[in-house]
Design a protein around this ligand. Structure first.
Ligand code: F6P
Length: 357
């Protein structure tokens, strides 16, 4: 059997570990794996691919980024604006499916987030067998308890907060850290708790900056000389709007800038010196954590098993410490967002973290 493999959307630590898992498993079954470059774009003329042999994937498990390349723009972008979806034109689908057929590829493993899986579903609906692997640092895909890449991104946030803490203490400052996550607050929530932030602002809980300022003033009265505030890029002030850095002609809007706004307002309201750091793509770069390496490997292995069992149209899913699968349709139906009343937010509040609500 010959199978195809591609990555779509933003890169994320662990993509190469999936490739390693897919190629290792497929090779042991006597199959060939064709890796398409730069996501679905690699399926178009001139078809851009490489044959992935185990010798070529030796040692890539621990590498960040992706040896195949990826894109979150281009002809197959299914996500537009702030949460909109578009269908892929039929002639493009026909061309891609013909090229797959010409190469003798019988099934395609699509590794990606919400957008990539939405496009993968269109291939399935057009009659080409696909299986999906969930990937995103944002951890915002429904139907899987965790995506690989999230732990690595969160670790960067925690490391950054540890560093900000020592300088914040020295200067008695408020340090605001803006983190990624798009419309989900998982990175901010886990990173903030793990890094000891005193306030965490997430998209799921609209915030009142005065409440955050009051909590910092209150901390000061109890003898704390500094404060760490984590702000998710998609956090929204109560009654306000998303802060958008850019609205490109193609693809989704780029979020960014809310950290600076919050820092300026906190400085005014608390009278304390405040600085803002925007972590940006540092969260996506570098080697995956051990947890992400193992999760991504298991996902890659499971994707090949699904093809072996001809269970197409399904996405690998992590539930209760077990790697199983769900339909891709079910997976893209709903985003996985933080529950504002849930146990994790409750735990953070119990140790005094302010959410601005
Ligand atoms: O979806 C992953 C993510 O890193 C988001 O957290 C962030 O909003 C976005 O991608 C950034 O995309 P780009 O790399 O295109 O700027």
């Amino acid at each position: 059997m010959k199978i195809g493999l591609l990555n779509g959307g933003g890169d994320c630590p662990g993509l190469n570990a999936v490739t390693h898992g897919v190629v290792g498993t497929a090779t042991r079954l006597g199959w060939e794996v064709i890796g398409f470059k730069e996501g679905f774009e690699g399926l178009l003329e001139p078809v851009n691919y490489k044959l992935l042999k185990v010798e070529k994937t030796e040692g890539i498990l621990k590498l960040g980024g992706t040896i195949l390349g990826t894109t979150n723009r281009g002809h197959f972008s299914s996500k537009v604006g702030a949460g909109g979806v578009r269908r892929i034109p039929k002639e493009l689908m026909d061309e891609a499916i013909k090229n797959l057929g010409d190469l003798g590829v019988e099934a395609l493993v699509c590794v990606g987030g919400d957008g990539t899986l939405t496009t993968a579903l269109e291939f399935e609906e057009a009659g080409f067998p696909v299986v999906g692997v969930p990937k995103t640092i944002d951890n915002d895909l429904g139907a899987t308890a965790m995506t690989f890449g999230f732990d690595s991104a969160t670790q960067v946030v925690v490391d950054s907060l540890d560093r900000l803490h020592t300088t914040a203490e020295s200067h008695q400052r408020v340090m605001v850290l803006e983190v990624m996550g798009r419309h989900a607050g998982w990175i901010a929530l886990y990173g903030g708790i793990g890094g000891g932030a005193s306030a965490i602002l997430i998209p799921e809980i609209p915030f009142d900056v005065k409440k955050v300022a009051d909590s910092i003033i209150e901390r000061g009265k109890r003898g704390f000389r500094s404060a760490l505030v984590v702000v998710a890029e998609g956090a929204v002030p109560r009654g306000g709007e998303l802060t958008i850095e850019a609205a490109p002609e193609q693809g989704e809007v780029r979020l960014g800038g809310i950290g600076m706004r919050v820092a300026a307002e906190l400085s005014e309201l608390t009278g304390k010196e405040t600085r803002c750091t925007t972590l940006g793509h540092l969260q996506r770069g570098g080697s995956p954590t051990s947890l992400d390496r193992v999760l991504a490997t298991r996902f890659g292995v499971k994707a090949v098993k699904l093809i072996e069992e001809k269970r197409y149209g399904r996405m690998v899913s992590y539930q209760q410490y077990h790697v199983g699968s769900v339909t891709i349709r079910e997976a893209v139906r709903k985003l996985n967002l933080v529950d504002p009343e849930g146990e994790i937010v409750e735990a953070a509040k119990s140790i005094g973290v302010c959410f601005g609500d």
